[in-house]
Design a protein around this ligand. Sequence first.
Ligand code: PEP
Ligand code: MN
Length: 355
Amino acid sequence: MEIESILLPGVDSKRPIVIAGPCSAESEEQVMDTAKQLASRGVKMFRAGIWKPRTKPGGFEGIGVPGLAWLKKVKQETGMYVATEVANQQHVFEALKAGIDILWIGARTTVNPFAVQEIADALKGVDIPVLIKNPVNPDLELWIGAIQRIYNAGIRRIGAIHRGFSSYDKKMYRNLPLWHIPIELRRRMPEVPIICDPSHIGGKRELVAPLCQQAMDLSFDGLIIESHCNPDCALSDASQQITPDVLDYVLNLLVIREGTQTTESLAELRRQIDEIDESLLELLAKRMRISREIGVYKKEHNMPVLQAPRYSEILEKRSNMGESMELSSDFIKEILKEIHEESVRQQMIIMNENN
Ligand code: PEP
Ligand code: MN
């Protein structure tokens, strides 16, 4: 893939790239007030939803086309670039006509290849940065597929937005971060910049700052943060929006770790890790060999592969042992579950061999 920078002229390439603005454009006054406050604090890219995908009917579904004129005014009066969400072809045409600088595809759209393809088709021959949010479900392939559809339409300025994944069981986060998914996206598509959306992950103001810091510590390229001049009165996502003042405070507190130089002491620690990993693999291979021998024994003695009491005993004993070694019992159980599953698979192969 030949990805080009999403940075527009005049936007600092230093981490983090910042996009900020309200969840929704609500009124000209709210848009202009928020935009002016953000611009005076150095924000260069302004976001505002014009068409809002609401979970249930009856919520604020966005101001629609009239709001695009307000974004135009933001550009003229503050010099910021403006970004909005597009979910279908009509949105793309309207946004382009209004001179929107950056488009993003929302999480509820990324899940639907028909919708993404429709947007991709509408973008053929257009040169504009497009940011693709992760789908609401934790499916990396769907996220990658959406990026590929936009790329195949000829768009080269592409970014990914990590906004978390919905879960039935809502706990601390509105959308679970599942950091391993954007980390895997980085491995699979290293050239695509990743922007974290702490507002939609956290769902609460107080989670914005710690999530921003986590994203920076994971080397994400940027942040897209919801900011509203009067968050408590916001027509959508009120509990997660912060004032431009608070946004400024949060950004100033961020610790940006850029170090990449490998010192001798780091190299030595890495050598130790390499050796340990090698030993772990050797031990795992040995364990599997013995497990296969057990499989042969079970077959000869007509015993079933799965011996539930033995499995429970292993889980119980090892997780206790792990805890005494400062290893979390969840972590140990997870590893043992995987190892046990592989052992069972191997023994099933032996059972099914006809000899
Ligand atoms: C938004 O950015 O306001 C939005 C609707 O986000 P998401 O698609 O991540 O839910
Ligand atoms: Mn929102």
